[in-house]
Ligand binder design. Sequence first.
Ligand code: FPP
Length: 257
Amino acid sequence: MNSQPHETGKRSVPAHVAIIMDGNGRWAQARGLDRSEGHVEGVNTVRRITEIASELGVRYLTLYAFSTENWNRPQQEVATLMHLIGIAIERETPDLIKNNVRLTMIGDVERMPAEALERLRGCMARTAHCTGLTLNLALSYSSRWELTDAARRMAADAAAGKLNPDEVDEQTVSRYLTTASMPDPDLLIRTGGDVRVSNFLLWQIAYSELYFTQTYWPDFSKDDFRKAVMQFGSRERRFGLTGEQVRGGEISDSADR
Ligand code: FPP
């Protein structure tokens, strides 16, 4: 899907929204609560935002649920988060099926505790037939891990004679990424006030529209999501073309610089 021409100009609903869900810890600390309470509340936001994304007709929603770097957090917090993710996914599976939502995941998931992984894989299997929104969880994910892994597999395929190095182009690289079956994100949202991309989908967000908000993830509402989507709809995406070319309807699959 990444090899499709870019859709220039204005599009009201993004096909793929990626979200860096930040601010759970600060949300909890501001209330004198344990950080894990922020993650519990963050799960409710995941449910809310999945609902609204589905209602609006978003095709893919990728959530940065746990980064490679998050493994270095205090063991207790990591354990709580893993448990929470597994429990929440199992609990929500019937509703995901009812709402025609398919669960997928990207990342170095073999590092996850067996219990959480089993629940996630169970949900993936039970929602595999769903044809509405794809809820894609980035778990034990970082872009540098993904790009390194892709480079390693490309080198191995080249050594085995399955890949011709002279024929490697951008589409080839995209095919080796964990997101090979999805379009690149049209919109990247980050909650929690920081203005950075934190090793998330670095290749895939080359032309994404970026939206940053101060709102902590547990407070991020359906209306906040609608607002981000509306702002996305008002932006003109040029992919390196001029505004006149875009408004004249010229579309190019090579004009990506
Ligand atoms: C960042 O907040 C958030 C995380 C590291 C975890 C996000 C995970 C969830 C909301 C649970 C996801 C659940 C499912 C079912 C997908 P932070 O702890 O870094 O907050 P801070 O910046 O305020 O410290």
